[in-house]
Design a binder for this molecule. Structure first.
Ligand code: F6P
Length: 338
């Protein structure tokens, strides 16, 4: 019987449990023993694992978070960390490891892929993993942010205010663009495009002239002001990322100063990482989970499940590390409504 490990690393997101459930149930069908690794790469460093029973992976489809826990532990930054991971793979008698993660977590998988049989599943609300149209969690994050825009609209309108809504998106503006489009935002600001304050203020003022004396601006946390990230805390995580946050508030102040219109700022932060996955994410996670087990059984290691259009495909994991930036045509369509 084959023993297959599965881990979830990096920021959590809705749909992780659906992927664990799918991989485990498909694995059971093929007679595999499924081993849950605790807290991402941290669990592989400490050999912390548990056998996944049918009971443990049942009733998970709609649950947010991850039953396995997650961490931003980076074995490459720990003395002999990668070696320890490889040794513990043997210690735990694993035949393969399914790694569910974003760019950082999958990057570690690539580093050990010569010694360890790995298969990847892309997840991140930021949706910036390369070679896949969508990652687990993105769709739910968009739905949450767009629901919030619907809630913000009436109060912005009643008080004739500009409300700036900040959403996650460290390097890319997928959540901001999709949620902004779905919620009818009047301006969408993303890390891929340098900010032009005058353009934003002119847009707001033009709206006032047209009798629309309120505006909703959606901004991704990774947008730079005067070429600098706005950081909440200077300290970095194991992958070298600072904690972002606060760009929305700064932008709201600038707009107020320039236009003299009353502004408010809201930072959605981790809210978009929570809650129950949308139907789309449940199905995507389920298809990715099943695909990952198929890749294991076909010995297609070093590959990642991905979606291209409506088809589930597999791609080399290292390709996933080429960050997927916003689609220019999509942003142009969003701009029609600014
Ligand atoms: O999962 C990616 C992400 O959502 C980024 O957009 C954000 O900057 C980061 O996670 C924050 O995560 P944490 O606070 O868990 O380190």
């Amino acid at each position: 019987m084959k023993r297959i490990g599965i881990l979830t690393g990096g920021g959590d997101c809705p749909g992780l449990n659906a992927a664990i459930r799918a991989a485990a149930k498909k694995g059971f069908q093929l007679g595999f023993e499924m081993i849950g690794i605790k807290n991402g790469w941290k669990g592989m460093l400490m050999a912390e694992a548990e056998i996944l029973t049918y009971d443990k992976v049942s009733g998970l489809l709609h649950k947010g978070g991850t039953i396995l826990g997650s961490s931003r532990t980076n074995p490459a930054k720990i003395e002999n960390g990668l070696e320890k991971v490889v040794n513990n793979f043997k210690e735990l008698k694993l035949d393969a490891l399914i790694v569910i993660g974003g760019e950082d977590t999958l990057g570690v998988a690539v580093k050990i892929s010569k010694e360890v049989s790995v298969v990847g599943i892309p997840k991140t609300i930021d949706n910036d993993v390369g070679e896949t149209d969508f990652c687990i969690g993105f769709h739910t994050a968009v739905q949450t942010a767009s629901d919030i825009i619907d809630k913000i609209h009436p109060t912005a309108e009643s008080h004739h205010r500009v409300i700036v809504l900040e959403v996650m998106g460290r390097h890319v503006g997928w959540i901001a663009t999709y949620a902004g489009m779905a919620g009818g935002a009047d301006f969408i600001l993303i890390p891929e495009i340098p900010i032009d304050i005058n353009d934003i203020c002119e847009t707001i003022e033009k709206r006032v002239k047209k009798g629309r004396d309120f505006s909703i601006i959606v901004i991704a946390e990774g947008v730079k002001i005067e070429e600098k990230y706005i950081v909440k805390k200077g300290e970095t995580d194991a992958f070298g990322h600072v904690i972002l946050g606060g760009v929305g508030e700064i932008l709201a102040e600038i707009i107020k100063e320039k236009t003299k219109i009353e502004t408010r700022a809201i930072n959605l932060g981790h809210i978009v990482r929570g809650g129950s996955p949308t139907a789309f994410d449940r199905i995507l996670a389920t298809r990715f989970g099943v695909k990952a087990i198929e890749l294991v059984s076909e010995k297609k290691f070093g590959r990642m499940a991905a979606i291209n259009g409506s088809k589930i495909i597999d791609v080399p994991i290292e390709k996933a590390l080429e960050q997927k930036r916003i689609d220019k045509d999509l942003y142009e369509t969003a701009k029609v409504f600014f």
